[in-house]
Design a protein around this ligand. Structure first.
Ligand code: 9D3
Length: 241
């Protein structure tokens, strides 16, 4: 799968994605991440990509033209896919949306900085807006990393154990049972005896019961939801591309 990221801070995205399972997946070519910097597509002598908002206001707004030339460059690769704008106004990301996004061959993530981007770019070119949750962060880069990570771990071959993605919390629509490793005794605290029993059926049953209990206690809002495997998302289409 190919992921294109349009960002004023490409190093931030590249570095964040260079570690762990995602770093390895990229190294192995299971997914490719291409960054595009609108600064490289600015045409005035100061490489300006932002300007003051019409109507006034404290922040700056990312300009239409450099974004358009950047998006054109992504499309020239022939592997742009749909364009997703990371924005606090977007559809809030969840597991089913990540799973749906992971089914595509390519997609492009657009990261905003300052107070966002010229609305006309959204109206003309963006297929859908994505948020990572109801809190404010300083730009789209960390959100893009979250999206790439969540998508990447759904791709075949990325996780060592082929089943790991399926047993993740939220894939089954609930949380998972607690885990233990050595030492067997930490002061007064032991390990649930069933985990030392060698009885795999009993262990599986205990884990299922604990998962239900933990979910009920910590995330009652998840109880009764079907889980993350149902893709519910369709990108909204706009008039032009
Ligand atoms: C302080 C500026 N806000 C009022 C004018 C609007 C605003 C603009 C840009 C608020 C946040 C941002 C930067 N955030 C993102 O680019 C972002 C984000 C987020 O803040 N929360 C959840 N998901 C996302 S995805 C991208």
């Amino acid at each position: 799968m190919r992921l294109n990221v349009i960002t004023l801070f490409p190093e931030m995205v590249e570095q964040a994605l260079s570690f762990g399972v995602i770093g390895r997946a990229i190294k192995q070519g299971l997914m490719t991440v291409h960054t595009y910097n609108p600064r490289d597509y600015a045409e005035n002598k100061h490489n300006t990509v932002d300007d003051k908002p019409f109507g006034g206001g404290a922040g700056m707004v990312m300009m239409y033209d450099p974004l358009l030339r950047t998006w054109q460059a992504v499309q020239d690769s022939g592997q742009a896919g749909d364009l997703y704008y990371l924005s606090p106004q977007g559809q809030v990301l969840d597991q089913s949306l990540c799973n749906a996004l992971a089914q595509t061959e390519a997609l492009t993530l657009l990261c905003g900085r300052y107070d966002g981007i010229d609305q006309r770019f959204v109206d003309r070119h963006v297929d859908a807006e994505l948020s990572i949750g109801d809190y404010v962060i300083s730009g789209g880069e960390l959100a893009a990393c979250v999206v790439v990570d969540a998508i990447g771990r759904q791709l075949k071959g990325v996780l060592g154990d082929e089943d790991s993605a399926k047993t993740d919390s939220f894939m089954s629509g609930q949380l998972v049972a607690p885990q233990y490793t050595r030492s067997e005794i930490l002061g007064q605290s032991g390990v649930p005896a069933v985990l030392l029993s060698g009885n795999h059926q009993a262990i599986a049953q205990w884990r299922a019961e604990e998962a239900a209990l933990v979910t009920q206690q910590k995330r009652p809002d998840l109880v009764g939801t079907s889980g993350g495997s149902n893709a519910t998302h369709v990108p909204m289409r706009t008039e032009e591309d």
